[in-house]
Design a protein around this ligand. Structure first.
Ligand code: FE2
Ligand code: FE2
Length: 181
């Protein structure tokens, strides 16, 4: 079985790959090209449905355990937990704008660019902070009971994009990821 910090890091590497793909579409958008809306929506839907509903609730439990064991990190952990709520809200905002475009509602390019760029920067910094300040300390500080609590934070769900037999729903996204590899 993969050790929990390694699994945590692997999740981050998956999310970073998706953020990089989203960045590419945003760049196309910015230079006046036609972004792949379906791909952008798939990325944001995966991050909303898997990361926000699986990864972040687990981290919230890990952070609570760490705050008890590493009081010097309490403020950093509280901010990161707060950022989970901001990321969820910023993701939903971006998803609704992209949905509106797909449904032929007039949305300004500027509004989508700002929402996407905000999401990318915020999420990228969030992951970098966790990788730098939290994961190395978690590896030292969390106990077997803590990890047990983390794994039980939410019912396990199959990763529909990176989890082996990917979900048909994310066929297009998985094809793009394979091309990037
Ligand atoms: Fe997080
Ligand atoms: Fe994370």
């Amino acid at each position: 079985m993969t050790n929990p910090v390694e699994a945590w890091h692997i999740d981050h590497s998956y999310f970073s790959r998706l953020l990089a793909l989203l960045r590419k579409e945003l760049d196309a958008f910015h230079s006046g090209g036609e972004p792949n809306l379906e791909l952008m929506l798939d990325i944001i839907s995966y991050l909303r449905d898997y990361s926000d509903d699986m990864h972040h609730p687990r981290e919230d439990i890990a952070f609570a355990c760490m705050a008890r064991r590493c009081p010097d990190l309490a403020l950093v952990l509280a901010r990161l937990a707060q950022e989970h709520r901001v990321i969820a809200q910023a993701g939903e905002k971006l998803r609704s704008l992209l949905n509106a475009v797909q449904n032929d509602t007039v949305v300004s390019r500027g509004e989508i660019e700002i929402a996407a760029a905000t999401y990318l920067v915020y999420y990228g910094n969030h992951i970098a902070k966790e990788e730098e300040d939290v994961l190395p300390r978690a590896a030292e500080a969390l106990t077997a009971e803590d990890w047990e609590a983390v794994s039980k934070a939410v019912p396990h769900r199959h990763d529909p994009v990176f989890g082996g037999d990917g979900d048909e729903r994310y066929r297009v996204l998985r094809r793009h990821i394979a091309l990037e590899a």
